[in-house]
Design a protein around this ligand. Structure first.
Ligand code: NAD
Ligand code: DAU
Length: 339
């Protein structure tokens, strides 16, 4: 099977390329990525020359390019997006442009090709809004209405709806995944875990938003990649699959665990002003994907998986220092020009 993967140079995309090529001998991947600030070809430096991997530098909003690429592949895994909530609060426009218009462009390219292959749209649990802290029995599941609260999650919810509409209207063979917070190697250090870990290595404090009681459901990125592959291979058209780790942690608990694992004290916590509209709690009920597709997380056990992730950042200091300083951009500016 030849897959068109969008956003393959980002955090989850690069982990997906590595995992999918390692676990399926008959699979090849074309990675379409615009190399925005979070797309880093160094994430796949070891794969670059693999005969089953091809990189195409381009934008998912380019209909002619997407049409040509859709004509060459058997399936699509769509991950390209603007992905950071704080950036969407500063400027929502790129989120609507890429996440909504980009997704619609890709779907139009599929229509132009009369594409019959599987199309997996990778989305987020944030489309369901948030849950209260005092009702732990409540979790996100596939039957909930969408109720996004940030400009990021609103753009992802809109894209999910467009995807479902193209299934309903044109019969495209699409499935949507809604996953909880990922952690693991190659995550851009604007997200909380790599930001806190790399700050602590640099001797800096960690900026904890608000009262720190907000809860996230943490899943190792490779468990997410395995779930996406399961949905690609066994999922049903028109269906949504919620993916999560049954691993709820408050930000305060997460921060204390990171500090403990890194041998640092609580004085390294810097309380800062809360994120605007900060969602309180995310938690996933993963029973549908577990029972229908036989997926279960096997790499997310806490705190061992967090400890391994911290070790990855300790061992890959050159990688994140180049990302934090912007130096990694020189690597692709040489190859692909200024963007
Ligand atoms: P990321 O920001 O690390 O990577 C996004 C990638 O998309 C980058 O390589 C970027 O260059 C590329 N891209 C952006 N705009 C593009 C465009 N117009 N055309 C082509 N490529 C473009 O994000 P991530 O954390 O790897 O997230 C990947 C996907 O998974 C997103 O759709 C996100 O909404 C979803 N998701 C993320 C998480 C998480 O915890 N990180 C959880 C659930 C779902
Ligand atoms: O739930 C899935 C989503 O998880 C994905 O769709 C998004 O792409 C991904 O970015 C992530 O969104 P969050 O906003 O939950 O992740 P982030 O790492 O930005 O923040 C996690 C929590 O940590 C959140 O409650 C805010 C808090 N935080 C974050 C940062 C960056 C801090 O307290 N301090 C910080 O500096």
């Amino acid at each position: 099977m030849h897959i068109l993967l969008t956003g393959g140079s980002g955090f989850i995309g690069s982990n997906f390329v590595r995992f999918a090529l390692e676990s399926r001998a008959d699979l090849s991947i074309t990675n379409l990525d615009a190399l925005t600030y979070s797309g880093n070809p160094e994430n796949l430096a070891d794969i670059e020359h693999d005969k089953r991997y091809r990189f195409v530098h381009g934008d998912i909003k380019d209909l002619d390019l997407c049409t040509r690429l859709l004509g060459e592949v058997d399936a699509v895994v769509h991950m390209a997006a603007e992905s950071h909530v704080d950036r969407s609060i500063i400027d929502g426009r790129p989120f609507v442009e890429t996440n909504v218009l980009g997704t619609q462009t890709l779907l139009d390219a599929a229509r132009r090709n009369n594409f019959k292959g599987r199309f997996v749209h990778v989305s987020t649990d944030e489309v369901f809004g948030d849950l209260p802290l005092d009702q732990p029995e409540l979790k996100f599941h596939e039957k909930l209405p969408l109720k996004p609260s940030s400009p990021y999650s609103a753009s992802k919810a809109a894209s999910d709806m467009v995807v479902h509409a193209y299934h309903h209207t044109f019969g495209l063979n699409v499935s949507v995944t809604n996953c909880s917070n990922n952690f693991g190697p190659y995550q851009f250090p604007e997200k909380v875990i790599p930001l806190f870990v790399t700050n602590l290595i640099e001797g800096k404090k960690v900026p904890l938003y608000g009262d720190g009681r907000n809860v996230r459901d943490w899943l190792h990125v490779v468990d997410h990649c395995e779930a996406v592959l399961a949905v690609l291979e066994k999922g049903k058209a028109g269906q949504t699959y919620c993916i999560g780790g049954n691993n709820e942690r408050s930000n305060l608990e997460l921060t204390h665990t990171i500090l403990e694992l890194m041998g640092k004290g609580k004085e390294m916590i810097q309380p800062v002003t809360d994120r605007l509209g900060h969602d309180r709690r995310y938690a996933i009920d993963p029973r549908k994907i577990e029972s229908e597709l036989g997926w279960k997380p096997t790499r997310s056990a806490w705190p061992g998986a967090l400890e391994q992730t911290i070790k990855w950042y300790v061992d890959h200091e050159r990688w994140w220092r180049r990302v934090k300083s912007g130096a990694y951009r020189e690597y692709y500016q040489k190859q692909y020009g200024n963007r």
